[in-house]
Ligand binder design. Structure first.
Ligand SMILES: [Ca+2]
Ligand SMILES: [Ca+2]
Length: 282
């Protein structure tokens, strides 16, 4: 009954699929269906059963152990709580911008290519590196790591309401976990996680009232929010859209990417019943 011999899959790969195997131990024919599309860490449904000699379903289950690593039950999974994201990701590369000299138009977007990230502002606006103390509209809360973040509409003693903050964060190697922080929300910023073929893996419109927003209260925009995704389909690009002339400028910080925690292969095996001195065979 060791499924590894005939059926290898992680928990993300078995949605809706049925597994059919001959149980030598039980001398019975079982059809099990594993359904991991639910929110539960794992779920086992017995769809049909023809197991002569078994008295109860519980008796069958006592012979079967399902072992699966705890983790996201579906894919993709969105996170607006950083701790949850970090708990489901590993080997994260985090781009903090804190190693850069501040200034307007100083980021050419290739600074972090060696770390696997290229940055563009899609309208071609200059990219500014700045901190809360450089702008009267920004607060330390807006930056997830101090002191710096990036923006096109704001910068060092600089405010450009007619500049968009629509960025592409392009990953050299598509990643199964990625996320970013957005600060100074006072309007809508759309974030899309895109696959290599351009398809949208996950997207969300974020504003100052969104779930997960951290606020400090000095102003409506004294805030920031995290949005991250883990996905079986690798993420090649994080795309943000914050239009020009919408009365809202934002700062991006701590762009990050790595690997989603993968569940182990599922192993179903008969429970060792010998301790109770009772043979499995009937
Ligand atoms: Ca920072
Ligand atoms: Ca804007």
């Amino acid at each position: 009954m060791n499924l590894k011999n005939g059926y290898k899959a992680n928990r993300f790969g078995v949605v809706g699929r049925k597994l059919k195997f001959r149980s030598v131990v039980l001398g019975a024919f079982l059809i099990l269906s594993f359904d991991f599309s639910t929110s539960a860490a794992h779920a086992l449904k017995i769809m049909t059963m023809d197991a002569p000699g078994l008295k109860t379903l519980q008796e069958l289950l006592s012979l079967v152990q399902l072992r699966a690593e705890e983790g996201p039950a579906s894919s993709p999974v969105e996170y607006f709580d950083y701790k949850s994201f970090a708990a489901n990701a590993k080997s994260l590369t985090i781009i903090t911008f804190d190693d850069l000299n501040r200034g307007n138009g100083v980021l050419n977007g290739k600074e972090y290519v060696s770390k696997g990230l290229r940055i563009t502002e899609r309208s071609g606006s200059p990219i500014n590196v700045f901190s809360a103390k450089d702008s009267g509209y920004f607060y330390p809360t807006n930056f997830n790591s101090q002191p710096n973040g990036i923006s096109s509409s704001s910068g060092v003693n600089f405010d450009c309401p007619g500049c968009s903050d629509s960025f592409d964060f392009v990953l050299s190697t598509p990643a199964t976990a990625a996320g970013l922080w957005i600060g100074n929300l006072n309007g809508s910023t759309e974030v899309q996680f895109l696959a290599s073929d351009g398809s949208v893996i996950a997207s969300e419109v974020l504003d100052e009232n969104h779930k997960g927003v951290i606020s400090n209260g000095a102003a409506l925009w004294d805030n920031r929010v995290f949005y991250g995704v883990t996905s079986n389909q690798p993420i090649a690009r994080i795309r943000t859209t914050n239009p020009a002339s919408d009365g809202d400028g934002v700062v991006y910080d701590d762009i990050q990417f790595g690997s989603a925690n993968r569940p182990q292969s599922i192993t179903v095996k008969p429970k060792n019943d010998r301790k109770r001195g009772r043979p499995l065979r009937r």
